[in-house]
Design a protein around this ligand. Structure first.
Ligand code: PLP
Ligand code: COI
Length: 363
């Protein structure tokens, strides 16, 4: 599909006021343009890059009422050659379609999704921030636009990609470990539900749990399965722990856990990380007992936004605190972070096809 460009004149772009060396935070800034594509009459059509701005949407648009909406999160990095490279974007395009299938959104053409994102990044390359750990955060999303009130799949959709020059997701960055709340009160997903998708509603459903976590001084909830016996994941990242022999364990992907591209990357990298990485069903009781006995020495979260987020302790609703190791960022967690971010930044060779250069083709 041919991408059309309707770009702002250079004099109207906000890059003039953007100071790339300032601390940009996570997800706050927007660039000048966005990528759009519409689904009508049974097909995706009209891929285009246009100025970033509000949508015109019918009050009866089905995404507003029934939440038929999905999203992705990916990142692009600047390498030492001054060029911008995407990281495993094909995997995001694939997972977008997995999410689409789960909430009955028509399949998107993955090549157009990827090409559209790269074309948008090309247009916005002056927005690349310079701070440590910086990236262009890529947020593709799809929402139902048909103006109809019956609960059924919409016949019309918009696919949009926006970019946000960003730094670390957790404001303390990598250097301080976070605390997670373990609770039986809230669940993120159930078998047969939408947990394996990035459906917008999953995140709306996590807000109440996030509030409870904050009341306990925790950054987020570590979700359990609906029987409260197994560890699943965190609201915006997968979970991992490290055994004292260095083995990294990630809970098995099920239909109640989002298949994280970061987790998959750590699994794929096993050898380069110099340790065994495997997936298991992680039982809560054993997990806690193993932390207390010193069998588990480190833990953390894995995600695009979160990268590798060290977890220093867990708190239960009775305020009991379980500290992992000495509660600080451990050497294994540091190594995982270093290897992953070195590959993303082009300082270390990653597996074939993970990193793709954004070509300079914009008019
Ligand atoms: N789990 C959930 C619920 C998420 O929202 C995310 C973020 O995308 C992840 C895990 C991590 O997935 P990824 O590494 O693909 O970003
Ligand atoms: C990401 O890691 O890209 C995500 O989508 C998580 C988001 C909820 C911040």
């Amino acid at each position: 599909m041919h991408i059309k460009y309707n770009l702002k004149p250079a004099s109207e772009r906000r890059t003039e006021q953007f100071k790339p060396e300032t601390n940009v935070g996570f997800g706050r800034l927007r660039t000048d343009h966005m990528f759009l594509m519409d689904y009508r009459d049974g097909q995706w059509a009209d891929p285009r890059i246009v100025p970033y701005g509000p949508f015109e949407i019918a009050p009866g648009a089905m995404s507003l009422h029934y939440g038929q909406s999905i999203f992705e999160g990916a990142k692009a990095f600047m390498h030492e050659d001054g060029e911008i490279y995407t990281f495993r974007l094909d995997q995001n395009a694939k997972r977008l379609n997995r999410s689409a299938e789960i909430v009955c959104i028509p399949e998107l053409p993955e090549d157009v999704v990827e090409e559209g994102i790269k074309a948008l990044i090309d247009v916005e390359r002056l927005w690349f921030p310079m701070q440590e750990g910086a990236c262009l955060y890529i947020r593709p999303f799809v929402f139902a636009t048909e103006d109809r009130l019956s609960v059924s799949p919409s016949q019309e959709y918009t696919f949009c990609v926006m970019l946000s020059p960003s730094g670390a997701y957790y404001s303390n960055g990598f250097d301080s470990a976070i605390r997670l709340l373990i609770t039986e009160r809230f669940h993120r997903a159930v078998t047969g539900g939408t947990g394996a998708s990035k459906a917008a509603g999953n995140y709306a459903a996590s807000l109440r749990a996030g509030k409870a976590a904050a009341e306990y001084g925790a950054a987020q909830v570590l979700y359990l399965d609906s029987t409260n016996t197994q560890i699943e994941e965190v609201g915006a990242m997968n979970h991992f722990h490290v055994l004292k022999d260095g083995t990294i364990i990630i809970p098995k992907f099920t239909d109640t856990i989002l298949k994280s591209i970061t987790s998959q990357s750590i699994l794929d990298l096993g050898e380069q990380l110099g340790c065994e990485v495997r997936q298991e069903t992680v039982m809560l009781d054993k997990f806690i007992a193993d932390i207390e006995s010193g069998e588990i020495i480190e833990a953390g979260g894995l995600g695009t936004a979160a990268v590798v987020s060290p977890v220093g302790s867990y708190i239960f609703e009775d305020h009991r605190v379980v500290t992992v190791g000495n509660g600080d960022v451990g050497e294994h967690t540091r190594r995982i972070y270093q290897v992953l971010t070195d590959i993303q930044k082009g300082k270390r060779q990653g597996p074939e096809g993970w990193i793709k250069r954004v070509e300079r083709v914009a008019p």
